[in-house]
Write a protein that binds this ligand. Structure first.
Ligand code: ARG
Length: 592
């Protein structure tokens, strides 16, 4: 840890108590160190609950020690620290930990002085986040939207923490569907090699070719032939394939630009050579088994279905590309950690993939692999999200509707009369895209999720709209008092933030939890915790603001007194909220 890092309270407390326990009970190997953060102050700001578990452990070693006694013993061994104001043993053997105000005050002053919050210390790693990953020629659907939003936010979190992050779009650009698409292209646009075919609607094009593929035997044969030629790099086939990919790519790009998502495209086709190699590798290691003409690989774990590595016609599959990709990622990219973001329906696939990669010696115990799964998106009717006519919803239409509805809301509030045209547009986009992202991220991703514009555009409760307004209001306090950002930073050097008022102290304690919240999310990759935290900040801020004046005004509404310390606390709140927003992919707005 250094001055360049935010301090994780949890880490410090954990280490202090770990040390105290090992001094108090040197003979206990691997003693339990249990530290929790408390929302109810009566039980301390944090609590160490090791005494109960330790007493049990001692008992099994034949030593009787009551939990309360154990707790007292631990407390007597905790070294003095600039963090703790008081320790007390309560109830059955809980140790209540009370934080020191000076510590929080210093932390917050430094924060405002720096004008930003630094990340907590972590060991830097190379991380690949594989997300979004739609399929070429098929519509990018709401499932891909979820992957895009969740994956982007995870990447933002890891980037903020200082990891070396590679954002990869593993597009489906190499499947058998290309055979029929190319065969159909040859028929519809025979001179595609010289004149770019005007395919505007790739989805109908896909449907047309699929219909022919399903009914026309001769066409089907030609389609198969095209795939074989494509995968052996026939130049005409590659050209046709590129044309089709380009049409899709342009559509995907539009969505990414609108949502401000950065991704490097590296689809299944990228791994063609790697697939050829891995098949040979696995074969040489004797890891492939024959199964009705296919070559499969078992993970050797109970209840796990095998991966299909080579199809009976000799072709590769989704499984082959993922085996090749994982090898390329750890061996060539030197990734320490790979994160896959897809719907929960694929969790078995990634579980088997991980186990097979371990079996093949590609993954070692130092690698971390996560499948970040998520539930399906439902409509208001709790059925699979579809248009009225039962079609998949086009993402661009969805974003358009978000914009339209947001503008209506802004007009209802007569914002169009106060904001300039430019400001209105910024607010509209920030709210529309922000609320779509936030609605997704604020729900536990394992659950199904009901897509509802009415809900996400509500301005009360844990919604993007509420939080965006909250931050805009917080930021406007200093502005009303005519204090610039530079001035705030300068003030932070000289004016210690007072935490004497109960509500000031409460807010400060929420703010200094930020590093711990990030560490928790890094472990479990559940972003809704960050949303809950953000909401907690804005609720506790409101309590503070309603009880502690920042600006005192006279009857004429003129400012007669400015409480500088509180303005600084306000600024600290804004900085942390802003950082949360940035991780969640939300854009704050100066005027809305
Ligand atoms: N294209 C796949 C789909 O739409 C998702 C790919 C996810 N990434 C991966 N490496 N398998 O379901």
């Amino acid at each position: 840890m250094s001055e360049n890092n935010a301090i994780s309270l949890y880490d410090i407390l954990f280490n202090l108590f770990k040390k105290a326990i090992s001094v108090a009970y040197p003979d206990v190997s691997d003693p339990p160190v249990i530290i929790i953060s408390n929302s109810n102050e009566r039980f301390g700001d944090y609590q160490c609950n090791s005494a109960m578990a330790l007493s049990k452990q001692l008992k099994s070693d034949g030593i009787t020690a009551k939990p309360r006694g154990v707790a007292e013993n631990i407390v007597s061994k905790v070294e003095g620290s600039n963090l703790i104001s008081k320790l007390e043993v309560a109830g059955a053997g809980f140790i209540n930990i009370y934080l020191k105000k000076e510590f929080a005050q210093k932390t917050l002053n430094t924060l405002v002085k720096n004008g930003k919050i630094l990340p907590p210390y972590i060991k830097k790693q190379k991380v690949i986040v594989d997300f979004s990953s739609p399929n070429i020629a098929k519509e990018m659907h709401v499932g891909h939207l979820r992957s895009t939003i969740i994956g982007d936010s995870i990447a933002r979190l890891l980037e903020f923490l200082g990891h070396d992050v590679l954002r990869i779009n593993h597009v489906g650009d190499w499947g058998t569907q290309f055979g029929m698409l190319i065969a159909h292209l040859q028929d519809r646009f025979p001179d595609y090699l010289s004149v770019s075919p005007p395919i505007a609607d790739l989805q109908s094009f896909y449907k047309e070719s699929k219909a022919r593929f399903d009914t026309d035997e001769e066409f089907k044969k030609r389609a198969y032939n095209c795939v074989v030629k494509l995968q052996t790099s026939n130049p005409d086939m590659i050209k046709a394939w590129q044309l089709i990919c380009d049409v899709s790519r342009k559509e995907f790009e539009k969505i990414y630009t609108r949502l401000d998502i950065k991704l490097i495209e590296r689809g299944e086709s990228f791994y063609q050579k790697h697939m050829e190699t891995i098949v040979k590798d696995l074969e040489a290691k004797g890891l492939l088994e024959e199964d009705e003409g296919r070559k499969v690989m078992f993970s050797k774990r109970d209840n796990e279905i095998p991966l299909t590595i080579v199809k009976s016609d000799g072709g590769f599959t989704y499984d082959t590309s993922d085996m090749a990709a994982i090898k390329q990622r750890v061996e060539e990219e030197k990734a320490d950690w790979v994160i896959y973001v897809t719907d929960a329906g694929q969790s078995m696939h990634f579980q088997v993939l991980k186990h097979c990669a371990e079996r093949a010696g590609i993954l070692k115990s130092c690698h971390r692999i996560d499948h970040v799964g998520f539930g399906v998106v439902l409509g208001n009717d709790k059925k699979k999200f579809k248009t009225r006519s039962g079609e998949t919803v086009k993402l661009s239409d969805l974003l358009d509707e978000g914009l339209k509805r947001t503008l209506e809301k802004l007009k209802e509030r007569e914002r169009d009369k106060v904001l300039t045209e430019e400001e209105l547009k910024i607010a509209q986009e920030s709210i529309a895209y922000g609320c779509i992202k936030y609605a997704d991220l604020s729900h536990n991703r394992n659950h199904e999720y009901i897509f509802s514009f009415d809900k996400m555009l509500e301005d009360k409760g844990n919604t993007a709209v509420y939080l965006l307004y909250a931050l805009t209001r917080i930021r406007s306090i200093a502005r009303t008092a005519n204090i610039s950002q530079e001035k705030l930073r300068e003030m932070a050097e000289n004016i210690p933030i007072s935490l004497e008022h109960e509500k000031e102290w409460k807010l400060a304690k929420v703010l200094i939890k930020f590093p711990d919240v990030l560490i928790k999310i890094t472990n479990d990759l559940y972003l809704h915790h960050l949303c809950e935290y953000c909401y907690e900040i804005s609720c506790v801020f409101t309590e503070f603001y309603n009880n502690c004046y920042c600006l005192e005004k006279n009857d004429l509404g003129e400012i007669v007194n400015v409480n500088m310390s509180r303005i600084l606390l306000t600024e600290a709140t804004a900085i942390i909220m802003e950082q949360c927003f940035s991780i969640l992919g939300l854009k704050s707005v100066a005027h809305m």
